[in-house]
Design a binder for this molecule. Sequence first.
Ligand code: SF4
Ligand code: MG
Length: 291
Amino acid sequence: MVSATFNKIEMKPKEYKSEIKPVWCPGCGHHGVLASVYRAMSELGIQPSDFINISGIGCSSRLPYFVKSYKMHTLHGRAGAVATGTQLARPDLPVVVSGGDGDGFSIGGGHMPHMARKNVNMTYVLMDNGIYGLTKGQSSPTSRREMKAYITPYGGVEEPLNPILYMLTYGATYVGQAFAGNPKMCAALIKGAIEHKGFAYVNIFSQCPTFNKLDTAKFYRGLVEEVPEDHDTSDMENAMRLARRPDGKAPVGLLYQEDRQTLDEAMAGLVELVGGSADYDLKKIIDKNRP
Ligand code: SF4
Ligand code: MG
């Protein structure tokens, strides 16, 4: 299953670095995610001019600046909506969103279920650090209750959202999770996501040592556990069971993959149905079908 028919080229991971140097804090997990993106692009042999990297707002949304590619740094929470339109306009190219937990699940929360249920043929890499980093440390939808941030000095009063369970529930056709401290696994999942035909979601635990003192790299290392080798990635029920393990461990690896009609395929079918061309007269069709 390959999502896009881009031209292949031989480039080393470091050759995908743009002229802009990462500005993230030392020890930030996003450095590991960036290295994984370079590695995945190199392994796929993607030509930079064939790669579209879209982001919203936040520390993680800066990632496209550091990648040699076409890119759009859009509005807070709106990367998914822009990516959906971009993918429909250029279904031949890989479209990848880079963003964070606040950007994706709070401000952009209205878009997430729809990208999944419509099976937009794109990749969503979410760097989950359980905090808003760019705005200096507010709790986010994935913050644990125990985490004290300056607007929640006594800890949170809400349960955190479970990103992979959420994505499985809404119909994402590729769901994986990794820790930024394991770039090999991150790169393999990102590569698989780009190759996948459909909405691919990759959740990456990516520590913010500056503002989230609870979810450290050490904490994530102890939290994660690889999905069992015999896990059947077409088994949705088992993927959901793994996503909500009672012992609180977080599964890493590929949890679920399914082949289903994508939004661009469905739209192409519709164009075919109304006359085989995108230049159809919509008014005529509506008038003809008016009850
Ligand atoms: Fe990374 Fe946190 Fe620094 Fe942002 S504030 S660059 S998320 S460590
Ligand atoms: Mg965040």
